[in-house]
Design a protein around this ligand. Structure first.
Ligand code: NAD
Ligand code: IPM
Ligand code: MN
Length: 356
């Protein structure tokens, strides 16, 4: 089982170190190889996704990714920015299906900014299409406007687009995931305004005909953003495009107590996967040893489940995470009165110990 380990920047290195600690403690025959990615790779090799890193990722059974980015790179030409590394990996590996499960652990009900009764027992799954939409649509760029409100003015443009097969395959992923859960899919769109998302809605509806046992609901993205904080437990599986999924999953992370609790899996059609927390490199807390490593540790559990066929080991990690929460250990982002504040490494050590 070959795992490519790509820690990246900022807290990426701190949280991945803890996940690696946990993986090593499982005593399974993993071959782990690390490489630079993002700003760290730019500094060393002049490119955020060097050929050698991409090749390591391609040859691996699974990729454990931390996070990339730092404000100091914001002025670089776009192809050299750290974020291009994760976008490039998603594109080159065809990682179109992004799973972001928002689960509220009982012990963290008080850590959320929402009322306990809204989130107690929450278990929803956001499925975000990850290789299309306005993120990758061409053309894009800057030019002088020849029409619009200000002809002759400088303007910038991106292209929102989805092809039918792209929508079909993510819709299948969502319906199949729902079949293993509460059999309800909410497809989030903006069909009232955007042609791309009217098409999305039409294609999802067409695919739904093959899943009569699953309930399908359509919802506009603005309403979905509101419903997610009004009655989050009314959702089961949420399927949406790249951009809306990015925004809604960060919103959903707060239903779990913290963005430091939201893992993710990004899969291609061969079930090869990249596993990363849903959050970024958090430059504001990087280097302080306070980042929550649990989203990354839980992403490692998803990796064992989806790409490495190690369901028992995945469950062992999830049970260990639950146990440290029961013990009352909290990084600052999930701290509440009466619990014990710990740092990143202490949290990782506690999970290792809780593995038994
Ligand atoms: P962010 O997710 O890095 O941080 C947002 C807020 O959440 C910050 O206050 C941060 O301290 C906090 N936070 C995030 N993860 C945490 C954790 N594990 N424990 C405790 N607190 C945590 O988002 P941002 O600040 O908007 O972006 C920072 C950089 O990260 C940018 O360069 C951005 O492009 C990049 N980014 C990368 C990825 C990725 O690599 N997949 C994802 C999102 C953002
Ligand atoms: C995420 C991040 C990325 C995205 C950025 C860093 C490119 O926000 O993984 O959610 O927008 O997809
Ligand atoms: Mn995001």
């Amino acid at each position: 089982m070959k795992i490519a380990v790509l820690p990246g920047d900022g807290i990426g290195t701190e949280i991945v170190a803890e996940a690696v600690k946990v993986l090593k403690a499982l005593d399974l025959p993993f071959e782990m190889e690390s490489a630079l990615v993002g700003g760290a790779a730019y500094e060393a090799h002049g490119h955020p996704l060097p050929e050698s890193t991409l090749n390591l990722a391609k040859a691996a059974d699974a990729i454990l990714f931390g996070a990339v980015g730092d404000w100091k790179y914001d002025k670089l030409d776009r192809p050299l920015r750290p974020e291009q590394a994760i976008l490039g990996l998603r594109k080159h590996l065809g990682l179109f299906a992004n799973f972001r499960p928002a689960i509220c652990y009982e012990q963290l009900v008080g850590a959320s900014s929402l009322k306990p009764e809204l989130i107690a027992g929450l278990d929803i799954l956001i499925i975000r299409e990850l290789t299309g939409d306005i993120y990758f649509g061409q053309p894009r760029g800057r030019r002088v406007a020849t029409d619009g409100h200000f002809p002759g003015a400088e303007e910038a443009f991106d292209t929102m687009r989805y092809s039918k097969p792209e929508i079909e395959r993510i819709a299948h992923v969502a319906f199949q995931a729902a079949r293993k859960r509460n059999k309800k899919v909410t497809s989030v769109d903006k069909a009232n305004v955007l042609e791309t998302f009217q098409f999305w809605k039409d294609v999802v509806t067409e695919v739904h005909a093959q899943y009569p046992d699953v309930e399908l609901q359509h919802m506009y993205v603005d309403n979905a953003a509101m419903q997610l904080v009004k009655a989050p437990k009314a959702f089961d599986v949420v399927v949406t495009g790249n951009m809306f999924g990015d925004i809604l999953s960060d919103e959903a992370s707060m239903l779990t107590g913290s963005i430091g609790m939201l893992p993710s899996a990004s899969l291609n059609s061969k079930n090869q996967g990249l596993y990363e927390p849903s959050h970024g490199s958090a430059p504001d807390i990087a280097g302080k040893g306070v980042a929550n490593p649990l989203a990354t540790i839980l992403s490692a559990a998803m990796m064992l489940r989806f790409s490495l066929n190690q369901e028992a080991a995945a469950q062992r990690i999830e049970a260990a995470v639950q146990k440290v929460l029961v013990q009352g250990l909290r990084t600052p982002d999930i701290y509440s009165e009466g619990t014990t504040k710990v740092g990143t490494a202490q949290m990782g050590d506690a999970v290792v110990k809780a593995l038994g």
